[in-house]
Each structure stands twice: as structure tokens, then as C-alpha cells.
Design a protein around this ligand. Structure first.
Ligand code: NAD
Length: 362
């Protein structure tokens, strides 16, 4: 990694520019405080790239991202009913750029934390006694294998249509995501729950056996196995039992949305996608919210927390990451709320004011 941390920034569409600019200001303040030199390189992807370059992703953007130490991204895409971007063929639409970028950067591990801030527990849809316990978990989802990438076809057999999807996982695909899961658990509460369907699926039995092999290299991390149907229930019954939930692509797709929902606040949820080096792409879990774009009312916290993840996982700057996370907790404790998390009696602020309040506390 270079001495100056090179961060490619994709501001994206809708609220993307507002939330990314705010996150960059937070990073600049954090850099000053912790003596980190950062360079931000602006590149386009998604709708903004279609407008400027006629394509959702250019080779130049890919090369700049590859030459960087990490990528910080706002969301991309527009209103799917009204935006002219959605009159284009699927491979020219904004989302095609994101899929191609993830593939080009070999991002196989997706991390989605779900944390319930005590100040926002009223937004949690779970029973009060469950919400009151709080939770802080992270779904680690395999992103480039499994059912979504297996061979598929629809055939006609005995006069009726039949569809076939194939779920494959190789040992090496499982091993590399399991290593990521254990490495990240080491930075957290040192527990991995590996989720599979080993009572039915061969791919899950292989998953379980490879995860057990990897676990031997991490004696300080506790490993437990859980069947996916049970995990879906446990996430609403007692999410506080989880630290890192390690799982394959389709199970992770479903469980990560479930885990997001139980926090009740989409504007707060960060995410990261990593490859087998320290490189990662960091972005909020939410979309580009075209309905509120350009009004300075978007919640920038998901993007700011994604920037904190970048400091922790790509740059090993745990203290700087913690400073951002503490500042976010601080503003919530002091009653600052953007409109999406506002409740009576709190201080309503816009996107940039929320950024200012966080910066003041770093
Ligand atoms: P969305 O997440 O953009 O919005 C859903 C609702 O949540 C909206 O009411 C919106 O105003 C609100 N919201 C979302 N983020 C917020 C924030 N930070 N602060 C305050 N309110 C917020 O989902 P959508 O409307 O289904 O999708 C809009 C566009 O985003 C679509 O083009 C979709 O394809 C795209 N999208 C992109 C990504 C990505 O870039 N990774 C992910 C999901 C959706």
C-alpha cells in the first residue's frame, strides 16, 4: 500500500454526491487527527457515467479503481419508472456498471453489519425486550459463487417446461471467504456462526468441512454451525447471539436483508465488498433515493460508517475507524437526526449539518 492512501470515489447518482462529499469531509478530519495522508480520486459509474461517457462503466474507471487502495461509493441508479437510463438495454443500465465493477475487482466477500443504536431502538420492529438487549452483528456473504453463478437452463421435458439452476462451490472458494470471516471475527467479538443447509445439500456439507479446517488456524475464535432456516428465526428471536455470520451467496442475500430490516433504519447501514488482498469497495446498503436527491436531507451516516469500515479493513486503522463510529454514536446521543430517523423532540438536521456534527466530535 502506498504511503498516501489513494481512495477512488464514485459519487454516483441521486443522493450519492451529497452523502459521499459528506463522508469525504469526515475522512479528511479523521486523517488530520490521526496523521493519515489521503488522496481522493473522483471517477464516474452508473447513471452519471452514462450521461458523461455513454456507458455505465468505462475501462478508465476500472483502471483507476484497480490502481487505488480502496473505493468509496455512494449509491447508483435513478427512478426505475421514470429515468431515461431504464429505457436502455439491461447491459447499458446503471446497475450493469456496478456488477461489472465488482467482477473486475474480484470482490468475493460482502460484509453487512447490522447494529442497533440504543437511541434508535424505537425504530426496531422486534419486541421491546429483544430490542432492549441490543445487537451488533455482521453478515459475511460469499458474493461470486453458488446458485447465482451456476449453470442454468430451461428445457422442455415430457411436454412441460423445466428450469434447472446449479449450486456449486469449490474448496478454494469456501476457504477464501472463511479466512475473511475468521480474520474479521478476530477484530470483533471472536465468534463465527457458519450458516448452511448441511442436512440436505452437498455444497453445504463441503462448506461445513472446509470452514472447520480453516477454524483450526483461529483457536481464539469460537465457531458454531447453524442451519439457514434456524438462523432466519434466530435473527428475529435473539439477534444479540450473533457476531460474524458466515454464509454462502443466496443464504447471505436473504439473511443480510433480514438483518438490515431488524435495525429499522436503512440510512444507517454500511457495507463493504473485499477481494483477497486488503482492497475493498465501501458503500451504503441503501440505494440512491432519487425521491429525496439534491435536497440536503439524506442521511449520510451509512456512507460515513462505510468509510470507517474502509479505515478498519483496508487500512488497518482501527483507532481512526473507532473515532468515526464513536462520533456517530455521539451525535445520536446528542439528539441529532436526519428526517428518516427523526422523532418528536430531537434536533432535525440535513445531510451536511449531520456531517458537521460528526466532524466536531472526531
Ligand atoms: P432506496 O434505498 O434508494 O430508497 C428506499 C427508501 O429509503 C426511499 O424512500 C428513500 O428516500 C429512503 N432512503 C434511502 N436511503 C436514504 C438515506 N440515506 N437517507 C434518507 N432516506 C433514505 O431504494 P429504491 O428506491 O428501491 O432504489 C432507488 C435506486 O437505487 C434504484 O435505481 C435502485 O436500483 C438503486 N439502488 C442502488 C444500490 C447500489 O448502488 N448499490 C442499491 C440499492 C438500490
Amino acid at each position: 500500500m502506498s504511503e498516501t492512501l489513494r481512495i477512488a470515489c464514485i459519487r454516483g447518482d441521486g443522493i450519492g454526491p451529497e452523502i459521499v462529499d459528506t463522508a469525504i469531509r469526515v475522512l479528511e478530519k479523521t486523517g488530520e487527527k490521526f496523521g493519515l495522508k489521503m488522496e481522493f480520486i473522483q471517477v464516474r459509474m452508473g447513471g452519471a457515467s452514462i450521461d458523461a461517457n455513454g456507458a455505465p462503466l468505462t475501462d478508465e474507471t476500472i483502471e483507476i479503481c484497480k490502481g487505488s487502495d480502496a473505493v468509496l461509493m455512494g449509491s447508483i441508479g435513478g427512478n426505475t419508472s421514470t429515468s431515461p437510463w431504464y429505457q436502455l438495454p439491461p447491459e447499458k443500465r446503471p446497475e450493469a456498471g456496478l456488477l461489472k465493477l465488482r467482477k473486475s475487482l474480484n470482490l468475493f466477500a460482502n460484509l453487512r453489519p447490522a447494529y442497533l443504536y440504543p437511541e434508535l431502538s424505537d425504530a426496531c420492529p422486534l419486541k421491546k425486550e429483544v430490542a432492549d438487549k441490543g445487537f451488533d452483528l455482521l453478515i459475511m456473504r460469499e458474493l461470486t459463487g453458488g446458485l447465482y453463478f451456476g449453470e442454468r437452463k430451461t428445457i422442455t421435458e415430457n411436454g412441460e417446461r423445466k428450469a434447472i439452476d446449479t449450486l456449486t462451490y469449490s474448496e478454494s472458494e469456501i476457504r477464501r471467504i472463511a479466512i475473511k470471516g475468521f480474520e474479521i471475527a478476530k477484530k470483533r467479538r471472536k465468534k463465527v456462526t457458519s450458516v448452511d443447509k448441511a442436512n440436505v445439500l452437498d455444497s453445504s456439507r463441503l462448506w461445513r468441512s472446509v470452514v472447520e479446517e480453516v477454524a483450526k488456524d483461529y483457536p481464539d475464535v469460537t465457531l458454531e454451525h447453524m442451519l439457514v432456516d434456524n438462523c432466519a428465526m434466530q435473527l428475529v428471536k435473539d439477534p444479540s447471539q450473533f457476531d460474524v455470520v458466515l454464509t454462502e451467496n443466496m443464504f447471505g442475500d436473504i439473511l443480510s436483508d433480514e438483518a438490515s430490516m431488524v435495525t429499522g433504519s436503512i440510512g444507517m447501514l454500511s457495507s463493504a465488498s473485499l477481494n483477497d488482498t486488503k482492497f475493498g469497495l465501501y458503500e451504503p446498503s441503501h440505494g440512491s433515493a432519487p425521491d429525496i436527491a439534491g435536497q440536503n436531507i439524506a442521511n449520510p451516516i451509512a456512507t460515513i460508517l462505510s468509510a470507517a469500515m474502509m479505515l478498519r479493513y483496508s487500512f488497518d486503522q482501527d483507532e481512526a475507524a473507532q473515532a468515526i463510529e464513536d462520533a456517530v454514536s455521539g451525535v445520536l446521543q446528542d439528539g441529532y437526526r436526519t428526517v428518516d430517523i427523526y422523532t418528536e423532540g430531537m434536533k432535525k438536521v440535513g445531510c451536511s449539518e449531520m456531517g458537521d456534527a460528526i466532524i466536531e466530535r472526531i
